[in-house]
Ligand binder design. Structure first.
Ligand code: AR6
Length: 172
């Protein structure tokens, strides 16, 4: 599996699947979640409401992942995951690792060959960017091989990109 670091807007990536840093409600929010809902169009919210009604009445647990179509995105699928919220005392690195591992497992099940991840929990949820970078890169680096050939980390800002490049150097 090849790992690439990209600075930019994840909604614009032409990959098979993009990962959304959602919340348990799956009904939208700010940050990358808001950007993905705006770019994918209103059908995404409908699909999320349907998921909640049929499969996830209690919401999506922290560390779990679930897919919807990409609707108006170039990406065919959106994989929604819920990062731990540092501000709410959710500080177990295993929960954050689970977001990356479970999202990748969903991508493999779908047969995706390319997947783009944002810096889950590094925005509104308040985790330190170096810790997110280290957990993200090491989790993807040690994942079992499958259909996914390329994993992109698509990041806002040079500092976040630097943190991920540094984490990649450490595993490489
Ligand atoms: N492309 C790539 N990265 C982005 C984009 C984008 N279009 N927009 C923001 N980021 P956040 P979280 C970066 O807050 O910390 C939502 O309200 C951002 O700069 O989106 O997991 C959800 O509904 C940061 O580096 O996600 C939840 O309630 C990173 O993406 C909550 O926020 C993640 O920031 C989740 O918080």
């Amino acid at each position: 599996m090849r790992i690439e670091i990209v600075e930019g807007d994840i909604t614009r990536r032409d990959v098979d699947a993009i990962v959304n840093a959602a919340n348990s409600s799956l009904l939208g929010g700010g940050g990358v979640d808001g950007a993905i809902h705006r770019a994918a169009g209103p059908e995404l919210l409908e699909a999320c409401r349907e998921l909640r009604r049929v499969r996830l009445p209690g919401g999506l647990p922290v560390g779990a992942a679930v897919a919807t179509p990409g609707f108006q995105l170039a990406a065919r699928w959106i994989i929604h995951t819920v990062g731990p919220n540092w501000h709410a005392g959710e500080r177990d690195p295993g929960l954050l690792a689970s977001c990356f591992a479970e999202s990748l497992a969903v991508a493999q099940d779908l047969g995706a060959e390319s997947v783009a991840f944002p810096a889950i929990s590094a925005g509104i949820y308040g985790w330190d960017r170096r810790e997110v970078a280290s957990i993200a890169v090491s989790t993807v680096h040690t994942a079992a091989p499958g259909s996914v050939e390329v994993v992109e980390f698509v990041l806002f800002g040079p500092e976040m990109a630097r943190a991920f490049r540094s984490a990649l150097r450490e595993v490489g």
